[in-house]
Every structure is written in C-alpha cells, then in structure tokens.
Write a protein that binds this ligand. Sequence first.
Ligand code: ATR
Length: 273
Amino acid sequence: PDLYAVIGNPIAHSKSPEIHARFAQEAGQVMQYTRLLAPLDSFATTVQKFIEEGAKGANVTVPFKLDAYALATILTDRAEAAGAVNTLKFDGDTILGDNTDGIGLVTDIVRNAGVGLTGKRILLLGAGGAARGALLPLLQTQPSQLVLANRTLAKAEDLAQQIALNFPNEARITTCEFADLQDQFDIVINATSASLQADVPPIPPHVFGVSTLAYDMMYGQQPTVFMQFASAHGASVRDGLGMLVEQAAEAFFVWRGVRPQTADVYAALRAQL
Ligand code: ATR
C-alpha cells in the first residue's frame, strides 16, 4: 500500500493515524499511515529516508512545520502565506509543501457549523503560527472585514503587511489592539495559545453578540475559557476539533484526490475526549 506518516517530536499523542485510517476505510483507499518520531535536529534526513522507503506523503506537526517549509521544493500559496507546512506530497524529486490548517478552519465553520464567512465581519485573535496559517484562507472567503488583534500589536502589523505584500490581490487585513476593539463581529476566532494556560485574551465583551460565532482553535473535553467567556456574552461557540478533522481531510484530498466524509470521524474523536 502507499505509505504516509505524521512526523513530529513528540508524536505518540497524535490522532492523525486514527483519522487517516478511518478516512481510508470510508473512502475505499488502500494506504498505510504511521507515526514517525524525528530527532529534533534531523527532520530533513528523516524525511529523505522516508522518501527512499517509497513514501508518498506526510503530515508534519510540532516542532517541524518551519523545517518542512524549508525542505519543500514547491509551495502552495496557502503554505507560502502561512510560512509553514503541515502537509508534504512526494512525487519523484519534487517535495510539495502545503498547509491545510486554514482551509480546515474555514471548512469547519462554513460546512460543519453552517456559518457563512462571505460578507461577514471576522475578528482573528493572535499573531503566531496558528493565526498566520488562517489568514489567506479566511481572506479568500471574501469577508467584509478581517481584523487581526494581538497582545503585541507589532506582530499583527507585521503579519498583515506580509500578506498585503505577497498577496496584493486579496483584500486588506486591518490590525488592532485588544483594548481598541470597538465593534461587534460575526465571527471571533481565538488563535492565541492563551487557552493552554486557561487564560482569555483581554478583549472587550462587546465584540460578541447573539449572532456571533466564537471559535477556539483549541479543543478539549470541556469548553475552553475563551468559549465560556464568549457564551457568557451571548455568542454561539465551537472548539477546534472540527478544524483538526478538516485539515486532515484536506491533506487526504491533496494526496489521494478524494474527499473523505468527516462526520463519523468527528463524532468518534469527540466521544474519546
Ligand atoms: P502558535 O503557533 O500556537 O500560534 P505562538 O507562535 O507562540 O503559537 O503564538 C502564540 C500567540 O498567542 C501569540 O499571538 C501570543 O501573543 P503575543 O504575540 O503578544 O505573544 C498569544 N498569546 C499567548 N498567550 C496569551 C495570553 N495569555 N493572552 C493573550 N494572548 C496570548
């Protein structure tokens, strides 16, 4: 069977092998998908060895997404914009680098949550790797407004400027400090790592209304503190488990040309949390 893996360090906790095994079964695709622990200083040689074993592709997770970006010989626009690669596809001497995280987020919001983004006001919180990965796919849905807010404003400004320079045909991103947020938004996405410390970015509660979807890229058995804060101010909430499943589905599509159904996999993962 065609060979794939998720490469990271650590890697034992990764849900990707289970997700892709379920996709393959559901889509009738014969493939083998394993976990690959790469030494911290040997990502490239680990990938080269895997290619020599006949591998067709890989997912890349912490801490190697920048190494994968550097290793790729061709990059998709969304990987270029993200500055990071989570999906590799091997084809002869070519190593295609893609990033499916942002489109996974968009698909989960639009298709699974049933919330359209076109013409909507979107607030994206954070300016690290997670936020950066989401920017181009969010812009491509043609929201009426995309505001990027971050604790360190300069990082948000740098990101917005980079996207504007490299993708001049996309609409502009505006930037803002948390405390200066004036308006209510249709969608508020938490791409900060604050939830990891059970912390909420200090945003004014008036960004939320009863028609707002508050989305946290993190997930867990309980709603995150960001989701609790947003709920308390009237918003509907959703965690990032669907984004995890949809980024995997997009990687599967990149490799196999087939779009797997995701609902059953999502339900199975939810039940395991
Ligand atoms: P990731 O790759 O997960 O995005 P990162 O690159 O370390 O991780 O970025 C973390 C993001 O979460 C940053 O936007 C960070 O804000 P700063 O740029 O000001 O550091 C944000 N962040 C982390 N902890 C936070 C907290 N407690 N409150 C608000 N923002 C926080």
